[in-house]
Design a protein around this ligand. Sequence first.
Ligand code: ZN
Length: 321
Amino acid sequence: MVVREERSTEPVVEFPLVDIRGSDDGPTVAITAGMHAGEYAGVLATLKLISALESVRIRGRVLIVPIVSVRAFYARNMQLSPIDQKEVHYVWPGRPAGSHSDRLIELLFRTVRLADAVVDLHGGEFVQDLTPFVGVPWERDDDLFAQSLELARSFDVPFVDQRAVAETPIALPRALYREGIPNIWSEIGHNGLPGAVEVNLQLDGCQNVLRHLGVIEGRSVRHRPRIVGPKHWSVVTDRTGIWLPNIHAGQRVRKGQVLGRMTDVFGSPIETVTSPADALVEFLCTSPAVDGERRPHGNTWHQWLVQLVDDRGVALARKRS
Ligand SMILES: [Zn+2]
């Protein structure tokens, strides 16, 4: 089916929804992808998941949205809404009379808020190199965080990012958290590439979540990622020019280490970019094109060069369920 909200004067807000109801009672799990248009591994994983669930017994209900930002997806847009230039991950639900992205997130929130758990699949956009991780919203060490962390352990990734959502603009995970809904978002895949390894990592993670919650049968494999965060550093520039990084995602850097350089269009150096801390490179901008003055809705999306996270070196204990 297609979930749709129409107004006479504005582009329609809609996304595809697969609603699978099992023969037995059980939890409702929502799995969404394609909030950001170029993050294809998650989108392709949902298509495989829909196919895989056709032939297995389901307890409860599975809601799957393969592409949240449909207009952005087919326009091959990147990160921001092509209609109102908003960063959809930063948009709070609760404004049904707002702009296109406000209405989109409101419609999505209304669709998934009845779930007992929500998994939102992301990855590195066209211009992002990224080391695989799963983001877990955190405000305090409570039962909700523990349940979300357990969902994250379904994914075979090296890192789980304990994200202090109260200190970030990230909206939907925090809104779900406030509703008491365990939720995570995967970050698997980079530079918009639909690689088979990344697609299968996303797929296996989703299936493990469903096994963990008893929606499908089988043993849920529990992985043992390192917890990173909650401290993060976003390295940004206010210069317009050519960005030449000399690091890669997943690399550990030291405070003061050169992360890359900005040059003008003739190759003359205009800025040396250094690390503010000893940290792990979570993801970085691989596009040489940086517009220091482009700040849609005040966000530093276009000035952003590197995302660093504190690696406390804490490994989760191995446990089987
Ligand atoms: Zn994303």
